[in-house]
Design a protein around this ligand. Structure first.
Ligand code: NI
Length: 195
């Protein structure tokens, strides 16, 4: 089954992913698919739980340009530290298409992780790459950007969020989406394979 981007409030988006213990051929194929989906939906980052996979991995290309392959990065088991400074910027999310809001984040962050070849990543990021890495690492902890808004900002997008909730629950009722318990069972199975 091809991967697809799941939308809020799909429960996998609230799953806290455990670190990956192994990377196999299937996971590599999924990572390729994640890049494809990211470009298809005009995103600059995509986390595994946004494609219904319970793994601590995300892909980014801060340029958003499919022709700039050199900007593509895979982060496995990312750990953030040393956040400094504060900056506010507009964010969106492929799991909440059409919703945008300003989010305050650190302007500088250190990220330690592994790439797909098993090389260690240890970098201090600023600007858009820092923001994307923080947004995607949040996903792996079950956190979405709408959780970071002030009550006033949240009130402004409340109706849109409610529409997503209604749409998702009606898809579950029609059988177009699995039940919460079926989703949880599948996640546990996939998790047992690689974490
Ligand atoms: Ni997102």
């Amino acid at each position: 089954m091809p991967l697809e981007v799941i939308h809020f409030p799909h429960p996998t988006l609230r799953h806290v992913s455990k670190p990956l213990k192994r990377v196999d051929a299937e996971l590599r194929r999924w990572i390729d698919e994640m890049f494809e989906l990211m470009y298809q939906h005009e995103g600059i980052g995509l986390a595994a739980n946004q494609v219904d996979l319970p793994y601590r991995v995300f892909v980014i290309n801060p340029t958003g340009d499919i022709d700039k392959k050199e900007a593509e990065r895979v982060f496995i088991n990312p750990v953030l530290s040393g956040g400094k400074g504060q900056e506010e910027a507009e964010e969106g999310c492929l799991s909440l298409p059409g919703i945008h809001a300003p989010v305050v984040r650190n302007s500088t962050i250190r990220v330690q992780a592994y790439d797909l070849q098993g090389n260690e990543i240890d970098e201090v990021l600023t600007g858009l790459p820092a923001r994307v890495v923080m947004h995607e690492t949040d996903h792996l902890d079950g956190v979405m950007f709408i959780d970071k808004l002030t009550p006033t900002q949240r009130a402004e997008i409340l109706e849109d969020i409610e529409e997503f909730e209604i749409a998702f629950r009606s898809r579950q009722q029609s059988g177009e989406r699995p039940s919460d318990s079926a989703i949880a069972a599948r996640i546990a199975e996939l998790e047992a394979l690689r974490t």
